[in-house]
Ligand binder design. Structure first.
Ligand code: AMP
Length: 409
């Protein structure tokens, strides 16, 4: 099946050709035809499946064909896309611009954490499609700068993550401001109870689509695991990063604080690294990401929340400095390497307190991650830290003393 057979109009086909998309991905095949017919969609899919085009392409085509716009009057917002993070908002905005390159439809993106002035200017010029994070959107609606009364298509992207991040009330408020008579495209990677309830309240007889990311991608990734004491993880990491075969590494830490600390420690060892997480300003996050994408920065340290949804092509290594507490995150993390059939490498560290997380990951993957035992920092602390001494997320101190005598060079 080709994009042409999906009955897309020529300006969109031309743009997809320019993007070098040869064939529609499974989610696009399933989502585009019913969306073009005006049906509501309930898509259970993650980033990386091509879901942005699955909603952006039909949105552009419907807006092009409905053509209600009067050139003389200000453009009303006819499509709203709600998404949880600034990074996702920017990526979606860029996708609309790419797929809509040969149309005269205008897209605007708004998100918090930056000055609202440029966003205000863009809104005043009139937009057809608005991509927004919920907080800033409500803010600008409150200031009378945005009116959603003419929205025809509402898209909710990564609904489960909006719930995770505490945005669900804001989302509900926004929905109240959009006309009841509309088309709704609803996407979520997982479907917890609250999300099922939200989708039930928003969708009318939706077409249900469920896409699981291709497993072989993960199978193609070379995975290995180092058992190491918490206090020695940084030494081991420095040793590994001395290998020039690691062209670019995305390193995951459990906390924002841990990401910052690691960047400093790597800096002391002469390894240039940058961090990306929610406490950084939008400009700092974007600068770090761009520099990594352009290969100026070799090492990017991220937390799960900051990294989810970031699209980086041809990443050679993912390093789990801390193992994720949710086993599915392991698959998401390592799936960032080995994209498009390239076999990437995923290295994981596991200290004694992470043994349970490791068991859960291996159970989920149905196999043991091969151990590397021949290294300079073998695990020597074999007693788990008592639960009561483990601090909750964020501020856990290094409370294990390693007996390894090798110093941090
Ligand atoms: P998404 O899941 O929307 O974040 O898309 C993941 C990546 O796949 C992005 O880099 C898209 O540019 C790319 N992509 C989306 N659809 C296609 C397609 N049909 N063919 C090739 N690449 C695509």
């Amino acid at each position: 099946m080709t994009f042409k057979e999906l009955k897309l109009v020529s300006p969109i086909l031309k743009a997809l050709e320019r993007e070098n998309y040869q064939t529609p991905s499974p989610i696009q095949l399933q989502a585009i035809p019913p969306a073009l017919q005006g049906r509501d969609l309930l898509g259970c899919a993650q980033t990386g499946t091509g879901k942005t085009a699955a909603f952006a392409v039909p949105t552009l085509q419907i807006l092009l064909s409905s053509g209600k716009r009067d050139q003389e009057t200000r453009r009303p917002i006819r499509s709203l896309v709600l998404t949880p993070t600034r990074e996702l908002a920017l990526q979606i905005y860029e996708s609309f611009n790419a797929y809509g390159r040969y149309t005269n439809l205008r897209t605007c993106v708004i998100y918090g954490g930056v000055s609202q002035r440029p966003q205000e200017t863009a809104l005043r010029r009139g937009v057809d499609i608005l991509v927004a994070t919920p907080g800033r959107l409500l803010d600008l609606i409150g200031q009378g700068l945005i009116n959603l009364k003419q929205v025809e298509i509402l898209t909710l992207d990564e609904a489960d993550r909006m719930l995770d991040m505490g945005f669900i009330h804001d989302v509900r408020k926004v929905i109240e401001l959009v006309p009841k008579q509309r088309q709704t495209l609803f996407f979520s990677a997982t479907m917890p109870r609250e999300i099922v309830a939200l989708s039930d309240s928003m969708l009318i007889d939706p077409v249900k689509i469920s896409i699981t990311p291709e497993k072989p991608t993960v199978e193609a990734i070379h995975q290995s695991l180092y058992l190491v004491d918490k206090a020695n993880k940084r030494h081991l990491l420095v040793d590994l990063l001395r290998d020039p075969a690691i062209e670019s590494a995305l390193i995951f830490t459990r906390t924002k604080h841990g990401a910052d600390r690691l960047v400093k420690e790597l800096g002391r060892a002469g390894i240039d690294a940058r961090a990306i997480h929610g406490n950084k300003s939008q400009n700092a996050r974007q600068a770090a990401l761009n520099s990594f994408k352009e290969r100026e920065t070799r090492v990017l340290v991220a937390t799960d929340i900051a990294a989810r949804g970031i699209d980086i092509d041809e990443l050679s290594h993912v390093i789990n400095y801390d193992l994720p507490e949710v086993p599915e995150s392991y698959v998401h993390r390592i799936g960032r390497t080995g994209r498009a059939g390239h076999g990437g490498t995923a290295i994981s560290f596991c200290d004694i307190d992470e043994k349970k997380a490791l068991r859960d990951i291996e159970r989920l993957c149905g196999r043991q991650i091969p151990r590397i035992t021949d290294h300079d920092w073998p695990m020597e602390v074999l007693t788990p830290t008592p639960k009561a001494m483990r601090q909750p997320r964020g501020r856990r101190q290094v409370n294990q003393v390693s007996h390894n005598r090798k110093n941090f060079a």
